[in-house]
Design a binder for this molecule. Structure first.
Ligand SMILES: [Zn+2]
Length: 146
């Protein structure tokens, strides 16, 4: 955690996560989703995992989609928004009227260094506590983009 720049280790060009494990953030994200099958607590936090990953890798999304995601994450964490409401909001806002994804030619990766990233959350040899780490990840993101 903390400043995640090290000249000897490759890092994610979007969130700055160091790749000591040789994985990309996308690979860690998919591995976390795969772990949900064995971990009901982690599965119950599926929305947090997806929201955190997308908020830290926003280049492919329209800015309004990222704003909506941040608002939903905050509402989910402080208990003012149930997951059903988040799903309703998302489908109402994006039922073909607005574009969630940016067209490829408008995608621009901007490096933003975060305190906690996929590299801190995904620990394949320490699966216990993954659900707790996902929650900490979400809380740390909201502290950085309130
Ligand atoms: Zn990343």
């Amino acid at each position: 955690m903390g400043e995640q720049i090290d000249m000897d280790v490759p890092n994610c060009s979007e969130c700055g996560a160091l790749s000591h494990d040789g994985l990309t953030c996308r690979e860690r994200f998919h591995a976390l989703l795969a772990m949900e099958g064995q971990d009901p607590e982690l599965a119950s936090r599926h929305f947090l995992t997806v929201a955190c990953y997308n908020l830290q890798h926003p280049s492919q999304f329209a800015p309004e989609a990222i704003d909506g995601l941040r608002i939903s994450l905050k509402g989910f964490l402080d208990g003012t928004m149930a997951i059903e409401e988040i799903r309703r909001r998302t489908s109402a806002e994006y039922d073909g009227q607005k574009k969630v994804l940016r067209p490829a030619w408008r995608q621009q990766v901007i490096l933003n260094i975060w305190k906690m990233t996929t590299a801190d959350v995904y620990r394949p040899f320490q699966p216990r506590g993954t659900a707790d780490r996902v929650k900490q990840w979400a809380e740390s993101i909201l502290l950085e983009i309130p």
